[in-house]
Design a protein around this ligand. Structure first.
Ligand code: COA
Length: 198
């Protein structure tokens, strides 16, 4: 059960570095504040991300780093490509139901498959490190890029809910998704088949 995850395990998990083909995912530090604020301070990101304020100031980045360094419930990774910060991916344990996947990239880094690559690494990490049965996530109905990422990662649509978006100052409809451990593990084990002509 999520509630039973021992704090040291979350603490250790936060210090991991994840490598993908093009990305490094690592714990953000105070040295990253300027870069994070520079990337996040864009309305196109804030309007699609529930808890991101706009304008996004360096103080917000400091708050994020402090909260996730000694907080109990969230894991946040800074996404780097070629040693350059490009965004954030994380999982939070705030809901009663299941851990929730969230991510954003600086606008200049959209459209190159980085969102999918980072989400996959975070999903693998969560299922491999923690005894959780499922992950949840959501995308505004007006956010096809995020919905595509979730579907490509095996998430299944579970309904529409209204969620409050801090930067909008109001609520907006969100497509909700779930990824069960069973589906994830089946996708990971789906080997290649070959075709032979007779
Ligand atoms: C969502 C976000 C992370 C996508 O990052 P990205 O690196 O550009 O996404 P990817 O390149 O991995 O792929 C997104 C998929 O959506 C598709 N896509 C992108 N923009 C699209 C659009 N406007 N309409 C339809 N499809 C779109 C891409 O073609 C791709 O699908 P494909 O691989 O089948 O071609 C980025 O747009 C972002 O940070 N948005 C603001 C914050 C946000 O929405 N976060 C998610 C909510 S928690």
């Amino acid at each position: 059960m999520l509630q039973d995850i021992p704090t040291p395990t979350l603490r250790e998990a936060r210090s991991c570095v994840l490598e993908t083909e093009r990305l490094t995912l690592r714990k953000p530090t105070l040295a990253d504040v300027k870069a994070i604020a520079g990337l996040a301070n864009d309305r196109r990101i804030a309007e699609n991300t529930r808890r991101l304020p706009h304008p996004y100031l360096q103080d917000h980045a400091v708050e994020l780093i402090r909260a996730t360094a000694d907080g109990q419930r969230d894991i946040v990774f800074l996404i780097e490509n070629d040693r350059t910060p490009i965004g954030i991916v994380g999982v939070n344990w705030r809901g009663p139901d299941a851990p929730e996947l969230g991510y954003w990239l600086g606008v200049g880094h959209w459209g190159q498959g980085f969102g999918t690559e980072a989400a996959r690494a975070m999903i693998d990490f969560t299922f491999e490190e923690f005894d959780v049965g499922q992950l949840i996530s959501g995308a505004r109905v007006a956010n096809p890029a995020s919905r595509n990422i979730l579907e490509k990662c095996g998430f299944q649509w579970s309904g529409v809910e209204l969620h409050r978006f801090e930067a909008l100052g109001s609520s907006a409809p969100v497509d909700c998704f779930r990824l069960s451990r069973g589906v994830w593990s089946s996708l990971k084990n789906w080997g290649h088949s070959t075709r032979r002509m007779r």
